[in-house]
Ligand binder design. Structure first.
Ligand code: SF4
Length: 391
């Protein structure tokens, strides 16, 4: 598996301490989105559609450090938007490493060659390159030809410079099990350190709503892939065995959205990385004031098809801690890819979806304009407005 011993030991000890202290909800991975601006416009995303005043916002270095100090998670995953467009990113990575955090820096790799010498290899630092499959799959997913080749060249460059490199791979309903297994073989052959794989979540603002997987299709797809790779043992997955077991339909977990709390330019996102149903000013407020029982599979329509790692990896880790023998057996034997699936959570009584996105955008725009106006003595002349963009 693609989790280094140092990381597994330190995170294991963190989890053990949380359990010993009786803490009911605790974070594992801070999901940091320090900007929404991107240099791609992928069909399954939609963040690039924010108004430019929001796309020009950045979390500052200090805000990024405050976020990890507030939540205390042992790992931070930096996404976006495209993090390499943030000019303080090398300093932010260094800041987290100095705080003894594990840092995963997600990138589409288009700027990696240009920026790579701003970073230094470190055992706790991993590049996570966005790669949704082979050349045809990935270039289709990011709506641009040539991106796969650039990403693979970037992986090889980063490996040649001594960095740890993984990929994050999102699969949609047109993914073919054999093609995906062949792609994982190719990635292993180029010496990749880890693979993070997840079914795509149907973001309500994603331009392409036709290609997201439902729960049954997700489980069938992952059984098909894992069956071609010794139940997953063949490839260096960065995820827990029990999460893969869940993806293959052998477990039915409720999600653990607080396991991967999300800090964006809007604040702490309620309830999770995938849904922006509200924002809290502080991590404490996020934990105390979010009505957690209103979310998750069976509780909320928008959650019905979600099986994404940011929602369920923490559930799998908790299950592993509570059932170490079972987890060890799955690890040794590989994920079962045949036979009956675990009965899933009923969605019969889920509450209907609420659409609150435009209200949050309007509120943020008012806040941005008020701040700019105050900085310029109340002037509303366009030329007097500060540019917050920091590329
Ligand atoms: S199931 Fe959980 S992780 Fe997935 S969208 Fe709903 S609240 Fe978020």
């Amino acid at each position: 598996m693609g989790i280094p011993m140092l990381q597994a030991a330190r995170i294991g000890s963190y989890i053990f301490r949380q359990h010993l202290s009786g803490r009911k909800r605790y974070p594992l991975v801070l999901m940091l989105e320090p900007l929404f601006r991107c240099n791609l416009a992928c069909a399954g995303c939609g963040k690039i559609d924010y108004p430019s005043e929001i796309l020009n916002q950045r979390l500052s270095y200090d805000e990024c450090m405050e976020a990890i100090d507030e939540c205390g998670a042992p790992v931070v995953s930096i996404a976006g938007g495209e993090p390499l467009l943030h000019k303080e990113m090398p300093k932010i990575v260094e800041g987290y490493l100095a705080k003894k955090k594990f840092v995963i820096l997600c990138t589409n790799a288009l700027l990696l060659e240009k920026k790579i010498d701003d970073y230094k290899p470190h055992p706790a630092f991993t590049w996570s390159i966005h790669l949704d499959g082979n050349e045809a799959m990935h270039d289709k997913s990011v709506c641009q030809t040539g991106v796969y080749d650039k990403a693979v060249a970037a992986i090889k460059l980063a490996k040649s410079k001594g960095f740890r490199v993984s990929i994050n791979c999102t699969l949609f309903n047109d993914a073919d099990p054999q093609q995906t297994a062949d792609f994982f073989d190719d990635m292993k052959a180029i010496g990749l350190d880890g693979i993070t794989v997840s079914p795509g979540y149907a973001y309500e603002r994603a331009p392409d709503q036709q290609h997201f997987l439902n729960r049954t299709k997700t489980k069938e797809l992952f059984r098909g892939i894992l069956a071609r790779g010794k139940g997953g043992k063949k490839w260096p997955f960065s995820q827990s065995t029990m999460f893969l077991n869940f993806l293959a339909g052998n477990e039915a977990y409720a999600c653990t959205p607080w396991g991967n709390p999300t800090r964006t330019v809007f604040g702490w996102q309620k309830p999770c990385y995938l849904l922006g149903e509200g924002y809290a000013k502080t991590f404490r407020e996020l934990m105390d004031d979010t009505e957690w029982d209103k979310y998750g599979v069976g509780n909320y329509e928008k959650c019905a098809d979600c099986m994404v790692h940011s929602g369920f990896e923490a559930s799998a880790v908790k299950h592993t801690v509570q059932n170490p023998l079972k987890a060890a057996m799955v690890f040794l034997r590989g994920v079962r890819t045949e036979g009956p699936m675990a009965p899933d959570i009923s969605i019969e009584n889920q509450r209907p979806a609420q659409f609150v996105f435009s209200g949050h955008v309007e509120k943020k725009l008012v806040e941005i304009r008020r701040t700019k106006s105050a900085k310029h003595g109340g002037s509303t002349k366009p030329g007097a407005q500060a540019t917050i963009a920091a590329e």
